[in-house]
Design a binder for this molecule. Structure first.
Ligand code: UDP
Length: 243
């Protein structure tokens, strides 16, 4: 698929979104770029776009089978996905099962501690502000979503967590935490959008004890551990074993 054939609607750090002839549909191109720390760290990793596109498609299909609506329509090519056009809600919806990352920088919890129940953290999606964590009152103040939408967002996020946790467990993977984005389609239906991949999830290998060796996600890039694409390929290999 030549990107010059379509007109660009939006370019993000890891994806580009193009218009199609059908107004309700967009083409999403998964790039090989990998960034961390709000783009302060950047690299290009061969096959990352294609792996994340395939992994996201697999997960979106799995969520649809579990009655969770997503924007996914089909895969067009290696790193191209056809999706429903949505107005993305500017929230990063993070669900955590195990404490790590920013949660451990901002609370006394130790990395690796299991949380008594899944924790949902909502961040305001704004690079210029460094995606700040929102309090419930600030979310209400900004008026980004209605109170019923807020409840729906949280309930969908928990449902995604429970489905993915089970799926990953079957293939000896621990779903530590992940980030979702959601949007509204033309009919006003709330859909899980963006991507769900090792770029946006923390995934640990249950069979490995060493704290660095068990990491199969973007933390390998954040922490300069190497083997980033080997880890993503391993997640993809195991997902294929789950069916
Ligand atoms: N995450 C993401 N995009 C972001 C920030 C976080 O996909 O802009 C994901 C991240 O990969 C992890 C989860 O959200 O799976 C929680 O990230 P955390 O808040 O711990 O932030 P970090 O430690 O990555 O700064």
């Amino acid at each position: 698929m030549a990107s010059s054939e379509a007109s660009l609607l939006y370019e993000g750090k890891a994806k580009r979104v193009f218009k199609t002839k059908i107004p309700d549909q967009v083409l999403v191109h998964f790039k090989n770029d990998v960034t961390a720390f709000n783009s302060k760290k950047h690299a290009e990793l061969k096959f990352k776009g294609s792996l994340n596109c395939q992994i996201s498609a697999f997960i979106f299909k799995f969520l649809e089978e579990n009655d969770i609506p997503t924007h996914f329509l089909n895969i067009q090519d290696d790193c191209w996905m056809l999706a429903q056009k949505v107005d993305v809600i500017p929230l990063e919806i993070v669900v955590r099962n195990i404490a790590t990352g920013s949660l451990c920088k901002e609370t006394p919890l130790k990395s690796g501690e299991e949380l008594p129940k899944p924790l949902i953290d909502l961040y305001y999606k704004d690079d210029a502000l460094d995606d700040p964590l929102l309090t419930d009152a600030r979310l209400d103040l900004l008026g980004l979503v209605s109170s019923s939408q807020k409840m729906e967002i949280k309930s969908v996020a928990l449902k995604v967590n429970s489905c993915l946790k089970d799926l990953f467990k079957k293939i000896d993977l621990l779903l530590v935490d992940f980030k979702l984005e959601m949007g509204l389609n033309r009919k006003g239906q709330l859909l899980v959008a963006d991507e769900i991949s090792p770029d946006t999830c923390r995934i640990w290998d249950i069979n490995v004890q060493n704290q660095d060796d068990r990491i199969l996600d973007k933390d390998r890039f954040r922490k300069d551990l190497g083997g980033v694409m080997d880890a993503y390929s391993e997640v993809w290999r195991r997902l294929n074993k789950s069916i």
